[in-house]
Design a protein around this ligand. Structure first.
Ligand SMILES: [Zn+2]
Length: 236
């Protein structure tokens, strides 16, 4: 429950979100993806405005933490991918020398990508995840406020980064670990990822914005599930 060392933003101890609230961006995004094509983000401008100063501060902090987490996760993933054996179906070509950082990636992948064994499936899965992280890193959306949506945030789905990223009031009433996970999660929706919160398969985990965002923060910070309690849970 200890905030990570580099978390310098104020943690809102008044977080009131619950599992239902955590799921709301999921539902919202799915609904909005359905609406895509029949309207635009600005068709209902009465509820949409630009962020005020305090909101901008909170959003920018989350974006900064998203950027650093993506960078760190990519570093560690790439370091491990560089050790992929030429023959990865058995130990005959020699097992790679696994560092503490490598083990961090392996453990996080086991938790979020459901890859308990370091085998060829693991390497292929990690490579796919790596590309998604890099694509997330390359995106930057404008920020808007939706004053009526009771959600943390939502986007309009695949390839709609130009429409921007929309924040509801709950985003500003939760903690900073939740906020950075939400922002990172939403950018994965721009890449076409959906929701498979309860999946038991690697294939679906790779298509789930939740699993991918948690993977990033698990690798980069050791802290995950920030939206499910005051600050989520952190490992050393
Ligand atoms: Zn979502």
């Amino acid at each position: 429950m200890t905030p990570e060392d580099d978390d310098t933003t104020t943690v809102d101890s008044q977080a009131t979100e619950d599992q239902g609230a955590a799921d709301q961006p999921a539902e919202q995004s799915a609904a909005d993806q359905t609406a895509e094509g029949s309207g635009s983000a600005t068709s209902d401008t009465g509820n949409i405005r630009e962020p005020n100063e305090n909101e901008t501060t909170a959003i920018d902090a989350a974006e900064t933490e998203r950027a650093s987490a993506l960078t760190r996760a990519l570093q560690l993933i790439d370091a491990l991918l560089g050790k992929r054996p030429a023959d990865d179906t058995d130990g005959g070509s020699g097992a790679p020398e696994i560092t503490t950082d490598d083990q961090r990636v392996i453990d996080a992948a086991g938790r979020w990508l459901l890859t308990p064994q370091v085998n060829s499936t693991f390497w292929d899965t990690l490579s796919t995840a790596r590309d998604l992280v890099a694509k997330n890193q390359a995106l930057n959306a404008a920020h808007h406020i939706d004053t009526t949506k009771n959600d943390y945030a939502y986007v309009y789905g695949l390839d709609t980064v130009d429409k921007g990223l929309f924040f509801g009031m709950p985003f500003f009433n939760t903690n900073s670990n939740c906020r950075r996970e939400v922002v990172t999660h939403e950018y994965f929706h721009f890449l076409g990822l959906g929701h498979f919160y309860s999946t038991t398969t690697t294939g679906e985990a790779l298509q789930c914005a939740h699993h991918m965002a948690e993977l990033v923060f698990d690798i980069a910070t050791g802290c995950t599930l920030g939206c499910e309690s005051a600050v989520g849970s952190c490992r050393p």
